[in-house]
Design a protein around this ligand. Structure first.
Ligand code: ZN
Ligand code: MN
Ligand code: MN
Length: 282
């Protein structure tokens, strides 16, 4: 299983690769633009070339994207929905330019309009995005959420429902976030709880659609719907959950990245990666 962490692109796309390499990441997740802005300057050919060179030299594989948190494809507000969709389409385009295999996105928040309305708005947005990017290969990974506020995607049924209704099923996959799943009410701390969670993921969605994993411990308790990531082994999930996950042969070869708090020297990532590597027997 390639292990790594989310890396900053400050200073240029290629800097994310250098950062990942410097702490021994085998895979990394990146934003393809500022996470706090809707717009971005188009990628220049030289920057793309520098990124590809750095990637090839590093051997980090895969490098995949996470969409900006601003994007809400479930928004009940037409203007906000349009803005989200345009921005998301632009991000998928950047992934295609950078040759990233997938982009993780949170399904969105219905803002009081109800889950069904939210789910159909997400599906419509995805269909439109794929229609605009028909010839690209980028896969969109729907991330399981903690269910904080009115956010959708905290049940495997939500993700399955989007996949069923989307016209481009072959362009969709799933990203499993350990903190989100646990906060959403899926237990991972015991062999029984873990097995039940993975079995229900397989039954409702199919493990073949699972393409990436976010490794985060959880500040909140089971079913708390609190989306707060903490260092591996320091939260309510605890080490056993990660031991079960890292030694599950069904998840072999899936990229797994940390999204835990860190400073610029990334020593927290180093510690978390070493903890995780110590748990893995595969
Ligand atoms: Zn996410
Ligand atoms: Mn996540
Ligand atoms: Mn989160």
């Amino acid at each position: 299983m390639p292990l790594g962490a989310h890396m900053s692109i400050a200073g240029g796309m290629d800097k994310s690769v250098a950062r990942g390499s410097s702490i021994g990441c085998e895979t990394i997740q990146i934003f393809t633009k500022s996470n706090r802005q809707w717009r971005a300057k188009p990628l220049e050919a030289e920057e793309v070339a520098r990124f590809q060179e750095a990637r090839a030299a590093s051997g980090i594989d895969p490098i995949f994207a996470h969409a900006a948190y601003l994007i809400n494809l479930a928004s009940p507000d037409d203007d906000a929905w349009d803005k989200s969709l345009e921005s998301f389409i632009m991000e998928v385009g950047r992934c295609a330019t950078l040759k990233l295999p997938f982009i993780v996105v949170h399904p969105g928040a219905h803002g009081g309009a109800g889950e069904d309305t939210g789910l159909s708005r997400i599906t419509r947005a995805l269909d439109e995005c794929f229609t605009r990017h028909k010839d690209e290969q980028v896969t969109v990974l729907l991330e399981i959420t903690a269910g904080q506020g009115s956010s959708i995607g905290y049940k495997f049924e939500h993700l399955a429902g989007i996949m069923e209704r989307c016209l481009y099923l072959e362009r969709l996959g799933i990203c499993f976030d350990t903190c989100h799943a646990f906060a959403a009410g899926y237990d991972l701390r015991t062999p029984e709880g873990y097995e039940q969670t993975i079995a229900s993921l397989d039954r409702l969605i199919g493990l073949e659609h699972l393409k990436a994993i976010h490794l985060n411990d959880s500040l909140g308790d089971l079913g708390s719907h609190l989306d707060r990531h903490v260092h591996i082994g320091m939260g309510n999930l605890g080490l056993e959950a990660f031991r079960l996950l890292l030694n599950d042969p069904r998840l072999k070869r899936l990229p797994m990245v940390l999204e835990t708090p860190k400073g610029p020297d990334m020593k927290e990532d180093v510690a978390n990666l070493s903890t995780l590597r110590g748990l893995s027997r595969l």
